[in-house]
Design a protein around this ligand. Structure first.
Ligand SMILES: C[S@@+](CC[C@H](N)C(=O)[O-])C[C@H]1O[C@@H](n2cnc3c(N)ncnc32)[C@H](O)[C@@H]1O
Length: 472
């Protein structure tokens, strides 16, 4: 385990930072290493501990509160004391023993308390650890949502939201999977690595170069995952990323391009496209034969799509800065001369809508702490006019794929049902056959393949919603 100095740095990071994003803590440890404060062999472990702790910090805070006894001596500096004890508990649970931690804890607590108080606290923590054997706190609680919130470190309102959306059993699974270590998942660029032989060779070299075990995610697909805790880089730092050979992407996000199923010579609209992960994937899958118009609202967002197009060496995506809520034939033909004046322009439309993002808590750890119940009602107000407008731009006989990375009926199944009620010329298409090709049991709420709510699973698939509609 890291030395005393490193442990002080952990305390420093968590006590002085309110912002727990992974990118931030990665650069924190990288800076500490540059300054010589952390040995490089410990950096990876410190990043891994930090991720582990952030995922569980409310749980450890809850346990730590027990040790701040309501007595004037103990209450002194109670905020910082709580954080220190919470971190020490986190470290003990992370390494499944208290070796080296409790003596450090005593030294640190003595900066804030007299020796007797510090010793009493450490003895209490030690007794607790011996009794608990590093088991997570009990789920049983009169208030079910509070029980989940304590055990899985999330705001009570969020636990309550998952119970009402998906039932208690699914809520437990969603939250249990949100505190698993985030994996690194990526797709290979099949326009460059165009045969299975090339892809196999690439993966063999990649595993050897970075000393990681790389596994294929779904049957017959160019998607791979590796254990992120085994390396201390991010995929976007790698030469292989810059050379356009791989693109990081979540397991459920891969599905969009397959479910849309663009054919050669078709014209596709990606209505909310930045940073272009799905647009470039659609382009790769259609072997550069379909034409894709990728729209987003700001120039900075369009630059991100253009960077990805260049990196992946694709030539069939055309970007446009506009709001898809107000996109029409006039605006499109002003930019692309091949488009005429009829509003029914596209063969297929992908609406990967802005959303509350509650399906991605495993990889974007900070999301659950930022949860704000008002997103659940604010987002549908943005999604509804977007869906209505892009539907107008679809040709009769064309397909519209609506998706979000969240678990919220108001943004998902209710949004689509309301749209279908108002637009009788649209019908929903079952995704069952398209999903079967993956040979993988996704965790699909109510087994519904028409309003397909994928729940996060133990393997690492994220929460996503897909509904495919046909314009008749
Ligand atoms: C979920 S993200 C899209 C991710 C993207 N499809 C990908 O796979 O890389 C949603 C995007 O919608 C964009 N957006 C929000 N409102 C929009 C609007 N009215 N018109 C176009 N894009 C919009 C946001 O800027 C954001 O980039």
């Amino acid at each position: 385990m890291p030395k005393l100095a490193n442990i002080y740095l952990i305390f420093d990071f968590f006590i002085t930072n309110a912002d727990y994003r992974i990118t931030r803590l990665k650069s924190y440890w990288a800076d500490a290493e540059k300054k010589g404060a952390v040995e490089s062999e410990h950096r990876n472990k410190l990043v891994n501990f930090s991720v582990y702790y952030i995922q569980r910090r409310l749980t450890f805070d809850y346990i730590a509160k027990k040790f701040i006894i309501k007595d004037a001596f103990f209450k002194k500096n109670s905020t910082v004391t709580l954080k220190i004890i919470s971190l020490a508990l986190g470290m003990c649970y992370f390494q499944s023993n208290s070796e080296g931690v409790l003596s450090e804890l005593k030294i640190i607590l003595r900066q804030y308390h007299n020796g007797a108080v510090a010793s009493t606290m450490v003895v209490a923590v030690n007794n607790f650890l011996e009794k608990s054997s590093f088991a997570a706190p009990e789920l049983k609680h009169k208030d079910e949502a509070l029980g989940l919130s304590i055990r899985y470190s999330c705001p009570r309102e969020l636990a309550s939201h998952f119970i009402s959306e998906a039932g208690m059993e699914n809520a437990v699974e969603i939250l249990e999977n949100s505190i698993k270590f985030p994996e690194a998942v990526f797709r290979l660029n099949c326009t460059i690595l165009h045969s299975q032989k090339l892809r196999d060779e690439f993966i063999a070299k990649f595993s050897e170069k970075y000393m990681v075990d790389v596994k294929r995610v779904y049957r017959d697909t160019p998607y791979y995952s590796c254990d992120r805790s085994a390396f201390n880089f991010t995929l976007t730092d790698l030469y292989e990323f810059r050379a356009g050979l791989l693109t990081p992407m979540g397991r459920s996000a891969f599905l969009a391009a397959y479910l849309l199923d663009a054919r050669p010579d078709e014209l596709i609209l990606d209505a909310c496209a930045s940073p272009g992960n799905k647009a470039t994937h659609i382009a790769e899958l259609s072997s550069s034969a379909a034409k894709i118009i990728a729209v987003d609202t700001a120039e900075a967002k369009i630059s991100k799509i253009n960077d990805n197009i260049d990196r992946l060496k694709l030539n069939n995506i055309f970007t446009m800065c506009a709001s898809s809520e107000f996109l029409d034939a006039g605006k499109l033909s002003g930019k692309f001369s091949s488009i005429g004046s009829d509003d029914e322009i596209f063969d297929r439309v992908l609406l990967d809508s802005p959303c509350s993002g509650l399906g991605l808590m495993r990889s974007r750890i900070e999301l659950k702490y930022r949860f704000n119940g008002s997103d659940l009602t604010a987002m549908p107000k943005i999604q509804k006019p977007l869906l209505a407008n892009v539907a107008r731009l679809l040709k009769t006989g064309g397909y519209l794929l609506y998706c979000t990375c969240t678990i919220n009926k108001k943004e998902n199944s209710e949004m689509v049902s309301e749209f279908l009620n108002a637009n009788k010329n649209f019908s929903v298409v079952s995704l069952k056959d398209r999903m079967d090709r993956f040979g993988y049991e996704f965790n699909i709420l109510d087994g519904d393949y028409e309003m397909m709510q994928i729940l996060p699973d133990a393997e690492g698939s994220e929460g996503f919603f897909y509904a495919l509609m046909r314009k008749n």
